[in-house]
Design a protein around this ligand. Sequence first.
Ligand code: ACO
Length: 362
Amino acid sequence: MTIQSMPVVGLEGVVAAETLLSHVDGEKGELVIAGARVADLAFAESFEAVTARLWSLASGTAHDAADLARDLGRARLDAHARMPAIFAVTDGMPIVDGFRAAAAAIHQHGTTRPEVALLGAMPVIAAGLVRRANGLDLVRPDPGLGQAADLLRMLRGEAATDSETAALNAYLITVSDHGMNASTFAGRVVASTGADLFMAVTAAYCALSGPLHGGAPEPVLNMLDDIGSVDRIESWIDDALKRGERLMGFGHRIYRVRDPRADVLKAAVEKLDRAGRDLGLAARVETYARKALATHKPDRKLDTNVEFYTAILLDALQIPRQAFTPVFAAARTAGWIGHAMEQQRKGRLLRPASVYIGDMPA
Ligand code: ACO
């Protein structure tokens, strides 16, 4: 087999596209979103402003942050009006599945631009499914608020504090885009066929939902709950690794050092005026997990990834764990849409090859 025809299992290192949207440097532990370091954006900008930057780069047309915030508010109201019809499809489904069905059902209607209709619908669907699952009435969106503040308000039925809103806003920005991750790639493949943004985002969400990608935070919280106290940390982690299990919230395809998003989200948790779970226990779990992973896989640098502090932050914001993946999607939709726009504008049909290893006919 020649080098050219050797398969790259898992597509590691394969370049699938050029992008203006974000850059991940796995050796330095650096994430640049739309030209700025994630740590410089997270507490300085609104999610709407970062989305406007991404979409301006992707589409080659300027998107104004204030206009986008206003249009997203209207799109949330539109989505709210559609929730009864959506519940007819999603009732009885777990939240993570209901979100997929609802995102697919939000398919283009009316005159709202598709990218705005989609991004505006995400917090409405996430909050709506959570409240429905708990037997609570829906909360009408407030179009004057930002996505972060309105998501928390629609989930809880009352306004969040400024520090909570700032923390969720920082989260939405931090995970808004991240290079050619699995869900973004899935979305770009779909967009490359000429399918529309709704199709691309639905496909991306399906890829996100797996436990190796955006489905990790719920198991992180389950792990922290199960460990429960400092004296159980070492035995719990050692036993899990002996059983061949992966520690959720650790390891990454690209980062060989700590995921820079973990630091941003840890800072967001620390800035909250209401503490969530025991941060001391979480920090000790993190420290021991990194040590144990270094022994377990000495040739593979496995460090904390974004999902460890995502779980702690979203839990501190009283977001139920079943909604973690939908809330992640509500943020990453900004990036998915940007990538789909970029793919449709500049890309070619994505159609890789495979190496046939089966029998040939006689
Ligand atoms: N715990 C224990 N072992 C691990 C972990 C982990 N968290 N991560 C990797 N390993 C092991 C693998 O089992 C593998 O061992 P093997 O060679 O004996 O099979 C070795 O380290 C190399 O790992 P890979 O599978 O090559 O890592 P890959 O780049 O394919 O996967 C991934 C990256 C999926 C994130 C992996 O580290 C993982 O499963 N982590 C836990 C799940 C998680 O936290 N996911 C969220 C990622 S962030 C995000 O997507 C938003």
